[in-house]
Write a protein that binds this ligand. Structure first.
Ligand code: SAM
Length: 298
């Protein structure tokens, strides 16, 4: 009963943020594969804005045509985002409304959208969100892994050093890790993950919301073996379980130090003995007195 009351209160049309206003950038989420996932509000905003900025005007043009929408479009993608972003924001500042759509999913998540939002934020230009599907969150929900806390890494760098550093920084990460990956890089990435993290559980979420949607939940070694036999196809989100408590400890910079060395490390960095004991205790997740007793016995 109370749900119905709240529903009516929440859904009074005049109390909703439905008007499409000039001088606003609308971030419009679009489907990640299934056209039926477009929202009513996304269609309204796309129909009513002055122009649409799209990562790929041909792809988004097809999307708009499918829904019977005709709109002037400008392209906004990785390699023109600097000057094009300025141009789009100048038009919004002059009073036009703009919908930003990227190739699929939520703009600004692992695509050039984040840049234009930053420009708007710096200049006090209003940005409004029209939420839609996001591959990362959809995959996390499907993964069967712990969803309470997670980190999103996007695409791993292909530059060897940056990639190595990014993976090393994740070694002790307790939260579930989400990665985007292209099919032709999947085998290499699975091999790198196995090398750094060992035989963790992973969910390989492929072609979400499309006809060939598939989630493979397995260990990294099994995924490597599977893709020796099978060709990776389609778009992937990889969701990997986080480190266990033991793995987290083993990955810590102090894992090879005893308590005495650990406190000494902080003292060399300029902390007083008392503060160094506190810092070492914090790192190890133990009480200050535990470290104090060990250090004082030496
Ligand atoms: N902004 C988009 C989002 O967050 O939904 C992601 C854009 S990013 C350039 C594209 C990557 O998202 C793909 O390489 C893939 O890793 C992932 N992706 C997009 N659509 C997907 C789908 N239907 N199934 C699985 N992964 C998908």
């Amino acid at each position: 009963m109370s749900y119905i009351k709240d529903f009516e209160k929440t859904y009074e049309p005049e109390k909703q943020k439905n008007a499409v206003l000039g001088g606003v950038l609308y971030l419009v989420g679009t489907p990640i594969g299934n056209l039926s996932d477009i929202s009513e509000r996304a269609l309204k905003v796309l129909s009513e804005v002055d122009f649409v900025a799209a990562e790929d005007t041909r792809n988004s043009g097809r999307l708009l045509t499918h829904f019977g929408i005709k709109k002037p479009m400008v392209s906004y993608f990785e390699h023109n985002k600097r000057e094009r972003g300025e141009m789009i924001v100048a038009r919004i500042e002059a009073g036009e409304s703009c919908a930003l759509v990227t190739d699929a999913g939520m703009p600004a998540i692992s695509d050039p959208g984040e840049d234009i939002v930053r420009i708007c934020a710096e200049r006090g230009v209003p940005v409004s969100v029209v939420p839609g599907p996001c591959a990362a969150v959809s995959a996390l929900a499907m993964s069967g892994l712990f969803t309470g806390k997670f980190v999103f890494e996007g695409f791993l760098s292909t530059a060897t050093n940056e990639r190595r550093e990014a993976l090393a920084a994740l070694k002790g990460e307790r939260r579930t890790v989400i990665l985007y990956e292209a099919p032709h890089k999947l085998r290499g990435t699975l091999a790198d993950l196995y090398k750094v993290f060992g035989d963790r559980r992973i969910a390989l979420c492929r072609e979400l919301t499309k006809l060939n949607e598939e989630v493979l939940r397995m260990r990294l070694s099994e995924a490597i073996a599977y893709y020796e036999e099978n060709q990776p196809r389609g778009e992937y989100v990889l969701v990997m379980e986080g480190a266990s408590e033991e793995e987290e400890k083993a990955a810590a910079f102090w894992s090879d130090m005893n308590e005495f060395e650990h406190v000494g490390y902080y003292m060399e960095k300029g902390l007083s003995k008392n503060d160094a004991i506190k810092a070492a205790a914090r790192d190890r997740g133990v009480g200050k007195s535990e470290i104090y007793n060990v250090v004082m016995k030496k």
